[in-house]
Design a protein around this ligand. Sequence first.
Ligand code: ZN
Ligand code: FE
Ligand code: FE
Ligand code: ZN
Length: 271
Amino acid sequence: MIDLHVHTWRCRHAVGTVAEYVATAAERGIDTIALTDHLPLSPELVARDPEVARYAMPADELPEYVDEVIAARESARAMGGPEVLLGIEADVYPGNEEFVRALLSEHPFDVVLGSVHFVDGWAFDDPDRREGYASWDVRALWERYFGDLVSAARSGLADVIGHADLVKKFGYVPEGDLMPLFREVADAFAQAGVAVEVNTAGLRKPCAELYPSAPFLVALNRAGVPVTIGSDAHAPVEVGSAYEEARDALRDAGYRSLVVFRSRQAEEVPL
Ligand code: ZN
Ligand code: FE
Ligand code: FE
Ligand code: ZN
């Protein structure tokens, strides 16, 4: 069992220390856990809207976070606990690439999740910002979101694309056949050489399904895009949550293996 997506208290909207996450992973028989807290946001974004500061760790805490995860890895290893990977979830959106690249270059990450949580600075996944949907046509929003996500994949910054259809979170889904869009995105991911995650947090949200959806997973499998699994836990109790659902959805989509990343290199593990 693996969990490659969890958050700690450091991002200010999650709870739990690195040690608490690792202890819960050990209790639940998880072999590999990646801590992937939110990378600090760019000063421009925070200047534009100071409230966004609550979405990520403060800029000056990244070195402490890294040290804490590395220390937890060493102590888990000494105690025969789970493998602990140093990960991060980075906001990759147009114009932010060089800021992210500079931060990533400073630390020995095992795995980088590249996520899109903002469209033109709007945090479309924040329940307190749902009024923003009123000013978008749903199909136009989806096309914009997936366009930005493909750019994130092509940036080369991320190993794994986070919650690839997050834009469905509150149930705003365009009418009609979405398979052509999913196929196009899946082909672009394959060409960019990124993996995706099956993120079980979607089950806990209004959309009430995994990210990505079953048809999107089929398209990803057909395109040859590798996959990993993450809970996107924002509390230790959520570690490994809905792992069986994720595994079953992957098997149904035709997947037979997962990938984990060590020093940013993909290694296959059985599903
Ligand atoms: Zn978060
Ligand atoms: Fe995210
Ligand atoms: Fe996350
Ligand atoms: Zn996330």
